[in-house]
Design a protein around this ligand. Structure first.
Ligand SMILES: [Zn+2]
Length: 322
């Protein structure tokens, strides 16, 4: 790992090969090291969550990916003694709507940094009376109701079918539930996150249908994020922060924007507290089933996969082709 204090530093993450860290040394020549992971844990912040307080030794990296640019520079730093990568899902300044987020680039970039665990935070509306504003839900199920998003890394001669029966990582979910409980928050252990396309909110007819389906919360970003994290063999769990009841609720029309924004800010503060509890508790030296999600998922004959496809996806599938 190069000295992070070297002022003239270039982070070049080569997606076609192993994760390498190329540093311009003080004498102007380039020194190339096989890098340690930049971070094994990532936090993806949603609406209102554009920076991770408490992160020290900050660096910004802009990994190149074959899918384009991530939502913003990824900020790496130390939190509770561990290296953590933070990415603002909508970009700092909230520049990207939910359908504009380049989710493949985001997940791929985190993969190239060495990330193996993702804590995802998002603002949601509640579809159930008992999930009150400012409650947290740690969902165990996901319903993808989006319509205009690319949901897979694969194709181009490489067919892969990953299992998504349990779309969120069980052990990571458990840590989030425990972390939220230990900070005194009201947390719902399990529930279904319905991901809609947006950017408009639901009609009452839609909202009532989703309630009839028994879903818990509605948001715009967990899909395809969870799917792509699974394809990238990264453990992924979400904190869904309820800002208000969706439009089905009689309270809805009396809720002001100011109230929702207050809830949003309170939720972000609470989510940061939960993350600070959870980050040191993640067992970095263990392997979860998510980390081997592709082991029995690659359908194409190894010999028939085009070299270009393999090269493009090497950080994700390379170890299965060695
Ligand atoms: Zn896992």
């Amino acid at each position: 790992m190069p000295d992070p204090m070297i002022a003239d530093r270039y982070q070049l993450l080569v997606w076609g090969g192993t994760n390498r860290d190329i540093t311009k040394a003080n004498n102007g020549t380039r020194k190339e090291d096989t890098a340690m992971p930049e971070a094994q844990i990532a936090v993806i912040g949603g609406t209102g969550f554009y920076g991770m307080e408490g992160l020290t030794d900050l660096e910004e990296v802009r990994p190149e990916t074959p899918f384009g640019d991530p939502s913003d520079a990824i900020v790496t730093g130390t939190l509770e003694g561990r290296r953590v990568a933070f990415l603002a899902r909508h970009g700092r300044g909230h520049r990207l709507g939910p359908s504009e987020i380049n989710v493949r680039a985001n997940i791929f970039a985190l993969k190239t940094l060495g990330v193996r665990w993702i804590l995802s935070v998002s603002a949601v509306g509640s579809l159930q009376e008992d999930i009150r504003p400012r409650d947290f839900v740690i969902p165990d199920q996901l319903y993808d109701h989006t319509r205009h998003r690319t949901t897979s890394f694969f194709g181009g001669g490489l067919v892969v079918h990953v299992g998504l029966g349990e779309p969120f990582c069980g052990p990571l979910r458990r840590l989030l539930v425990d972390g939220a409980e230990s900070t005194g928050l009201t947390v719902h252990d399990g529930g279904t996150y319905l991901c809609m396309e947006g950017p408009q909110f639901s009609t009452k007819a839609e909202s009532n249908v989703y309630r009839g389906w028994g879903f818990s919360v509605i948001g715009m970003t967990a899909a395809p994020e969870a799917k792509l994290a699974r394809e990238a063999e990264i453990c992924y769990a979400a904190i869904a922060c309820s800002t208000d009841y969706d439009c089905w609720h009689e309270e809805h029309d009396s809720v002001t924007v100011d109230m929702i924004i207050e809830n949003l800010h309170a939720n972000v503060d609470h989510a940061r507290q939960v993350i600070r509890h959870v980050v040191p508790a993640i067992p970095l030296d263990t392997t979860c089933r998510c980390h081997n999600a592709l082991a029995n998922a690659i359908v194409s004959d190894r010999d028939s996969v085009p070299a270009g496809t393999l090269e493009k996806l090497r950080p994700i599938v390379g170890r299965y082709f060695e």
